[in-house]
Ligand binder design. Structure first.
Ligand code: M6R
Length: 602
């Protein structure tokens, strides 16, 4: 939610900020703005709309100066308009404030400020911070920020500049902030990709941290002003990994990266007859598992449930994190709570895992982003190594989550003694084939593009899958909704006859996951039921299958793999179907309407 970039150094700040914001635009893209300090003034430029609108305005209105702050917004309070865009400037123009998050008590604060004579120029909660800081300011900017924050509560990544100071003051609680360290220059950003052209040396701020960032250095304190030590981390993401590399969209690039991602996720972890994960947790201590996650990561949790139950024979409950955190779940010291998250910053997931921890559970994060908030709170982290994922619709992170959950299930199964060595060898051999199988599946793209073209005018889609392919159906429907805006529903195939069958007519494309599995015949029956009611079936079937083609209008063949690993291969055609459909409809694939990449507000 919202991208932040701050710069103090020797380069033109506006260029560094614009470049950084472009790399963070996936975090929010309804309006953007920046403030640059020059000749004792803060010059501000803000525009509703995509970052390109701000870039155009900048082209004809240069903002010279080598200290500045910028922002791309994902609206919470107040519509995406010029005045609501950040930075927010005080009436005298001396302080510029950028804020990501929500100030929950902004209404009483605003009332007080209005009563004391302040006038507001936006409808945002964030603007109260600018006025509060102004009131507290007595020549020490950090002290003013500290005092202002002692009156505000909620979530914030806050970045503040003052026209009389050669420094940027930042603070975070809940919303992420990372500082990039350079030579004679330093950077602030809400996510690492903005920093990659300039530095790999970063400090991830923790909740309750503040920092004063100058050209010469960075001083980190707590909110009371006490100095705190924070580790300098070297990030290993390459700049190329965070760029489009010739693809028209990040999403397509990330879909094509999936074979390499699987190699990274699995690499070095698969042994001859087991899995090495480098985890400290002791699987035999736990008699049940809870998995919490949101969106695509939740579907990975669902696949994880099937894997863990099948291979480690441990009962697994999965739940959408935003529900789990408020439901008073039954958790004890024998519960292993796992959370899955690409960003490691999703607030619902973070709060859900905190809730499990408070109740005594052991905690494990299955996470992509190194150093992210969740990794600092869980007992142990299993990194999925998908590299930076920029496309708002998650693809490569999903496939990496599935591979990680498969390894975790094998590892727990071995530790608990529920898995024979022969079965492990078989599974591991299949896991080693996954990168190649996904590579082969990608070759289906022209055929899938043709299917997408055929059905792109459909108003609705239905996705069906059984057992471990039910989550694949849900993930396929989510991808299609997110980027094409076509209404799509998913059901476990056996549920169709309990209601959704009423939707079927000759206008409804029904995507059915009918890959090789013990439930294959039942799924073929479902296809026949759809056909009998005039529905149009797009089936995903296993290469060599001769049955499904008799009933489905269109079949996408995927290579044969162990049924427990089928979701890894089968999701690829669904990602491509969503992508090609969105392209046919002229949608903005990487920045679909209303969405943001990581959701750090409730
Ligand atoms: O960063 P996370 O994995 O925690 O994000 C969870 C969801 O917000 C995310 O998967 C979302 O559903 C994506 N837009 C799916 O494509």
């Amino acid at each position: 939610m919202c991208g932040i970039v701050g710069y103090v150094g020797f380069r033109p700040a506006s260029a560094v900020i614009l470049d950084g914001l472009k790399r963070l635009e996936y975090r929010g893209y309804d309006s953007a703005g920046l403030a640059v300090k020059a000749n004792g003034r803060l010059e501000v430029l803000k525009r509703a709309g995509k970052l390109s609108v701000l870039a155009e305005a900048l082209a004809s209105h240069a903002l010279p100066g080598s200290l500045g702050v910028g922002h791309t917004r994902w609206a919470t309070h107040g519509a995406p308009t010029d005045p609501n865009a950040h930075p927010h400037l005080t009436e005298k123009g001396d302080i510029a404030v950028i804020h990501n998050g929500i100030i929950e008590n902004y209404l009483p604060l605003k009332e007080g400020l209005l009563a004391r004579g302040h006038t507001f120029s936006s409808e945002t909660d964030s603007e109260v911070l600018a006025h509060l800081i102004e009131e507290k300011y007595r020549g020490d900017l950090a002290e003013a920020v500290r005092l202002a924050l002692s009156e505000a509560y909620g979530a914030y990544a806050l970045v503040v500049a003052h026209r009389d100071h050669e420094e940027i003051v930042v603070a975070r609680t809940v919303s992420p902030l990372v500082i990039g360290l350079g030579e004679g220059e330093n950077f602030v950003a809400s996510d690492v990709p903005a920093l990659l052209p300039y530095t790999r040396r970063v400090i991830f701020l923790h909740d309750g941290d503040m920092a004063i960032v100058t050209r010469e250095g960075v001083a980190v304190t707590d909110l009371a002003g006490n100095s705190v030590e924070r580790e300098v981390v070297m990030v290993d993401w390459s700049l190329e990994a965070a760029e489009k590399g010739g693809y028209p969209h990040y999403m397509l690039k990330e879909i094509y990266e999936q074979p390499r991602v699987l190699e990274n996720t699995l690499g070095g972890r698969l042994q001859e007859a087991g899995v090495t994960l480098g985890l400290g947790l002791e699987p035999t201590r736990y008699d049940k598992v809870h998995i919490v996650a949101c969106g695509t990561a939740y579907y990975a949790a669902w696949v994880g449930k099937y894997l863990l139950e099948a291979l480690a024979r441990v009962p697994v409950e999965i739940e959408v994190a935003s529900e789990y955190r408020y439901r008073d779940p039954v958790v004890d010291g024998k519960t292993l709570a796992i959370c899955i998250s690409q960003s490691g910053e999703t607030i619902d997931t973070l709060e859900a895992i905190r809730e499990a921890k408070r109740k005594g559970a052991g905690t494990l994060g299955v996470i992509n982003a190194k150093g992210s908030s969740i990794t600092r709170e869980v007992d142990d982290t299993l990194y999925i190594h998908a590299g930076p994922e920029i496309g708002v619709a998650s693809t490569k992170a999903y496939i990496a989550m599935l591979a990680a959950m498969a390894m975790l299930a094998v590892w727990m199964g071995r530790a608990k003694g529920t898995l024979e060595e022969k079965a492990v060898r078989e599974l591991l051999a299949e896991m080693r084939r996954l990168p190649r199988l996904v590579e082969e599946t990608l070759e289906q793209r022209p055929h899938i593009a043709h299917i997408a073209e055929k059905y792109h005018q459909a108003q609705d889609y239905l996705f069906l899958g059984r057992h471990i392919q039910a989550p694949t159906a849900y993930e396929g429907a989510l991808k299609l909704k997110e980027i094409s805006y076509i209404h799509a529903e998913a059901y476990p195939a056996g549920e169709m006859k309990h209601g959704p069958i009423a939707l079927i007519d000759e206008r409804l494309p029904v995507v059915v996951l009918a890959t090789h599995s013990p439930f294959y015949e039942k799924t073929v029956s479902n296809i026949q039921e759809v056909r009998a009611r005039g529905g149009r079936v797009i089936a995903v079937a296993t290469e060599g299958d001769t049955e499904v083609g008799k009933f489905a209008q269109d079949v996408i063949y995927v290579p044969k793999v162990h049924p427990l690993l089928a979701p890894v291969v089968s999701v690829v055609p669904l990602q491509l179907l969503a992508y090609e459909t969105a392209v046919c409809l002229g949608r903005d694939v990487d920045q679909p309407r209303n969405l943001a990449k990581s959701v750090t507000v409730e």
